[in-house]
Design a protein around this ligand. Structure first.
Ligand SMILES: CC(C)(COP(=O)(O)OP(=O)(O)OC[C@H]1O[C@@H](n2cnc3c(N)ncnc32)[C@H](O)[C@@H]1OP(=O)(O)O)[C@@H](O)C(=O)NCCC(=O)NCCS
Length: 152
């Protein structure tokens, strides 16, 4: 049975294990343990029998703008609604915090369209702080990620 909870510092080693393959594939950005620790309150996890099987983070960029980051679900459990549930929980968290818009940069356009995100041109994303991480991306400077946004 899958349950969902916020991450704690004790989870970081297992979180890194879950994201490792997608980092190697260049699908999500690498983040050091210290960086994950600094942002630990932004992460929501899916857990199955003590094993972390899904994670993502809601990273706040500005007064009314946040980003869904680093979403990964264990390969063997994809297509069962776990990713959707994590995003819905992060959107609820954003609403409770007073966030007005949540965007994501992704290769998984269809997944986010199902969650009612709308595609927008990358250039129209509202703050330049968003691009600070890109230098660490395997694909930099040729970015073929799609940007999508949802109003809360
Ligand atoms: C993207 C990812 C997190 C989705 O998680 P998931 O648990 O498999 O997705 P869900 O089962 O919650 O899917 C929700 C809906 O999106 C659809 N969907 C999911 N991935 C899809 C895809 N690649 N193409 C089309 N539809 C997709 C599902 O069919 C489902 O539709 P439904 O509600 O009509 O049944 C998962 O595939 C993953 O970890 N991928 C590798 C990492 C990655 O690409 N992360 C994105 C960062 S760019």
């Amino acid at each position: 049975m899958i349950f969902y909870r916020k991450a704690t510092l004790d989870d970081i080693a297992k979180m890194q294990e879950l994201v490792k393959e997608e980092i190697q594939n260049g699908i999500i950005l690498p983040r050091s343990n210290d960086e994950v620790a600094t942002n630990i309150r932004s992460y929501t996890l899916a857990v199955n029998n003590d094993k972390i099987v899904g994670l993502s983070a809601l990273h706040i960029h500005a007064l009314d703008l946040a980003e869904i980051r680093s979403i990964v679900v264990d390969k063997s459990l994809r297509g069962q609604g776990i990713g959707k549930k994590i995003v819905e929980m992060l959107l609820d968290e954003g609403r409770n915090l007073g966030i007005k818009q949540v965007f994501t940069l992704t290769y998984q356009k269809e997944f986010f369209l199902k969650l009612l995100f709308k595609e927008i041109p990358k250039e129209s994303l509202p703050t330049s702080k968003i691009w600070a991480d890109c230098i660490r991306c395997k694909h930099f400077p040729i970015c073929d990620e799609i940007s999508l946004i949802i109003e809360l």
